[in-house]
Design a protein around this ligand. Structure first.
Ligand code: GDP
Ligand code: IMO
Ligand code: MG
Length: 423
């Protein structure tokens, strides 16, 4: 048995989908533990680009069981349309299981997500508008609706009658909006629930049956370490634990079963939405990263903000995730830069910071301290061996490894699943 965890090491969109799809060959189980349709994981299948939001990225391989764990928040219409999309490429049969403990993203969660953002005005988070924050808020406040409620018509009505008074106080009294009503929600959601029912089960038992049988697992974290509700750039974060600690709470895979933790780490860095970004670039270099890297959000299509690699963030990610390796992605995007820069520390009010600070005041006002390395011009998208990379690219990787104290065992040099160097 082996359990390898994959987490985003930065602010999401590091290339998790691609790496998981590449590593799924020969895997038995891929588990998605948290997040919702805010995620967009791109896989290239037979030259076609498929963006998965909820279904684990092992779905396009034969013989892989894909499990949506209890920590995921799930909008029924969303997951059903994703199942229909994947069916065009590979028929989903008994290779997809959805936890009966998943919380359901209700239509009012999406309304509230947008209303919250509007009320926040200039302080908005820049959410994906998928209802993620309000759904997780209800989960924590114990006002959520779980999959096991949704698929049982009697329970569903009972649960809705219990929670809607709270929702409607918010909608009507705070936001001056029309209320929700139990019957309309039931009318809309019941047919969806029946379509989902065949996929729903006790995924904890399923996971443990497979662990006991010695199966090989990949766990697919969504978002990234610095969007984590506890360790990210709060409040500019998502509403789940997207560092490695969220794997166990979101799936029931026990921490002691986890042997390898791989941080998916872009060779530079990007961020979508609002919030501090120490190495963000507003110059031609930033434009080049965005253009060559096609840096547009896979879920919302928003342009991603781009910047140089931040090793302060990187080292923090190594530590809190317990990384045993990183997969360094999109190295090809750096080809053509005369100089590549790495942020090695921060400076704020004359003081040097080597450790990622929690204070938003520091994060928003610091100056990055950069180390400069010579770049390379070669197209590296066809390279499959570390030794065949340009010497300066090898030096860049080795310096990153030194700074963030973890080996880059995987290097990705193009979007497709075969464009990978393993060391
Ligand atoms: P995720 O959310 O971490 O799965 O990442 P996204 O799918 O949102 O964004 C990553 C983007 O980079 C996608 O468009 C991928 O197809 C693309 N990609 C992944 N790895 C590489 C790589 O090594 N090189 C290049 N050029 N693109 C890559
Ligand atoms: P993947 O899994 C990048 C960001 C949003 C916003 C913040 C909160 O594809 O890497 P939310 O809708 O979650 O309440 O938004 O988090 N965000 C992501 N950014 N990649 C993601 O997922 C993201 N999921 C959420 O842009 O800044
Ligand atoms: Mg993404």
């Amino acid at each position: 048995m082996s359990v390898r965890v994959i987490v985003g090491g930065q602010w999401g969109d590091e290339g998790k989908g691609k790496v998981i799809d590449s590593l799924s060959e020969g895997m038995d189980v891929v588990v998605r533990p948290q997040g919702g349709a805010n995620a967009g994981h791109t896989v290239i299948f037979e030259d076609k680009k498929i963006v998965l939001h909820l279904i684990p990225s092992g779905i396009l391989h034969d013989g892989v069981l894909n499990i949506i764990g209890n920590g995921v928040v799930l909008e029924p219409e969303n997951i059903l349309s994703e199942i229909a999309e994947v069916n065009k490429y590979r028929k989903i049969t008994n290779n997809l299981a959805i936890s009966d403990a998943c919380h359901i993203v209700m239509p009012y969660h999406k309304r509230l997500d947008k209303l919250n953002e509007t009320l926040k005005g200039n302080d908005k988070i820049g959410t994906t508008g998928r209802g993620i924050g309000p759904c997780y808020s209800d989960k924590i406040a114990r006002n959520g609706i779980r999959m096991s409620d949704l698929i049982d018509p009697v329970r569903f009505r009972k649960r809705l009658e219990a929670v809607l008074p709270f929702v409607n106080r918010l909608l009507v009294d705070i936001f001056n909006q029309t209320p929700e009503d139990v019957d309309s929600i039931i009318e809309y959601m019941s047919p969806l629930a029946q379509q989902l029912k065949p996929f729903v089960c006790d995924t904890v038992s399923l996971i443990h049956k497979n662990l006991a049988a010695g199966k090989n697992f990949l766990c697919e974290g969504a978002q990234g370490t610095f969007l984590d509700i506890d360790f990210g750039t709060y409040p500019y974060v998502t509403s789940s634990n997207c560092f490695s600690g969220g794997i166990s709470t979101g799936s029931g895979v026990p921490p002691t079963a986890i042997k390898e933790v791989c941080g998916i780490t872009k060779a530079y860095i990007t961020r979508v939405g609002e919030g501090p970004f120490p190495t963000e670039l507003f110059d031609e270099d930033g434009k080049q990263l965005a253009k060559v890297g096609h840096e547009f959000g896979a879920t919302t299509g928003r342009p991603r903000r781009c910047g140089w690699f931040d090793a302060v963030l990187g080292l923090y990610s190594t530590r809190i995730n317990g990384l045993t390796e990183i997969a360094l992605t999109k190295l090809d995007v750096l080809s053509g830069f005369k100089v590549v820069k790495i942020c090695v520390a921060y400076q704020y009010q004359g003081k040097r910071y080597d450790v990622f600070p929690n204070s938003l005041e520091i994060l928003e006002n610091l100056t990055p301290i950069y180390e400069e390395l010579p770049g390379w011009t070669e197209d590296i998208t066809g390279v499959r061996k570390f030794e065949d990379l340009p010497l300066n690219a090898q030096k860049y990787i080795k310096r990153l490894e030194e700074l963030i104290q973890v080996p880059a065992k995987i290097i990705s040099v193009a979007p497709d699943r075969t464009a990978i160097i393993t060391r």
